[in-house]
Design a protein around this ligand. Structure first.
Ligand SMILES: Nc1ncnc2c1ncn2[C@@H]1O[C@H](COP(=O)(O)OP(=O)(O)O)[C@@H](O)[C@H]1O
Ligand SMILES: [Mg+2]
Length: 250
């Protein structure tokens, strides 16, 4: 469980996160939704320690993170796997080297152990015959699989995905969502996903946190959206769904 307590983040005079509190639950896909520029990526970067909130605190299973010592933060970071928007693979090394990277960087595993773990992770995300291919040689969906394999290499307890479906076609998006949901259950991870994909909201939104202009405006299960009287939330869901329908993908 990750607890976010009264977090504020500023960039100069821009108050980007305003008193955000939320609980992100174990074994679930926790979705952070909201329109572009609402603060989702900044919140995720605060959660993983790439940004430090000016006020408030973040706790990982009761362990202090944002206000923790460097050593405490480092220990928690070892339990975090993250897939950045766009995948962020290293283009100059092949798929298996991309997945091996964190293992070489953060463990003392032998070459044989690394090879075994890399192959396990590639199998787990259903990547076949891709070991020696370079990112430029594979499709967008395969890149996401490599990024997910790399994120799970160190057996994280906490998994973060920033817009995992960006740039993917609707069918591939569904497959990637299902893969993320399966892995979450399998390793009982606390998974946090930033998305504005309405398919994801209705397929995997066990816990949804709606961010509106830097504030947590609503929180709940996707089945509660329909009976919600929250105008901003309904407008957002409706506009996003309509856009998808116009595009012929919803
Ligand atoms: N590194 C940064 N420096 C200054 N402002 C930033 C930075 N990152 C994000 N912002 C600002 O924070 C706000 C929220 O951005 P972001 O979290 O990226 O939105 P979202 O992910 O919901 O689309 C925006 O106004 C953006 O311009
Ligand atoms: Mg973003």
């Amino acid at each position: 469980m990750i607890e976010v307590k009264n977090v504020h983040k500023y960039f100069g005079t821009n108050h980007v996160l305003n008193d955000v509190s939320a609980v992100l639950e174990d074994g679930k896909c926790n979705l952070i939704i909201g329109r572009s520029g609402s603060g989702k990526t900044v919140l995720m970067k605060c959660l993983v320690g790439l940004f430090t909130p000016e006020q408030g605190e973040i706790l990982y299973d009761g362990r202090q993170f944002s206000k923790g010592t460097a050593a405490e933060k480092k220990k928690i970071r070892q339990d975090i796997g993250m897939v950045f928007q766009g995948g962020a693979l290293f283009d100059s090394i092949n798929c298996e080297e991309n997945i091996a990277f964190p293992l070489k960087m953060f463990t003392n595993m032998s070459r044989a152990e690394i090879k075994e773990r890399v192959n396990y992770c590639m199998d787990r995300v259903n990547l076949v015959n891709a070991n020696k291919l370079f990112p430029s040689e594979i499709s967008g969906g395969m890149k996401k699989r490599v990024a997910i394999a790399r994120a799970i290499a160190l057996k994280p307890k906490y998994l973060f995905f920033d817009e995992p479906n960006s740039g993917l076609d609707p069918q591939t998006s569904i497959v990637i969502d299902e893969l993320i949901a399966e892995i979450t259950k399998e390793i009982n991870a606390t998974t946090i996903i930033n998305t504005h994909d309405m398919n994801s909201v209705f397929e995997m939104g066990e816990k949804i946190i709606y961010i509106y202009k830097g504030e947590k405006n609503w929180e709940g299960h996707y089945s509660e959206i329909a009976k919600s009287e929250n105008k901003e939330l309904i407008d957002f869901i409706f506009a996003s769904s309509l856009l998808k329908r116009v595009q012929g993908t919803f």
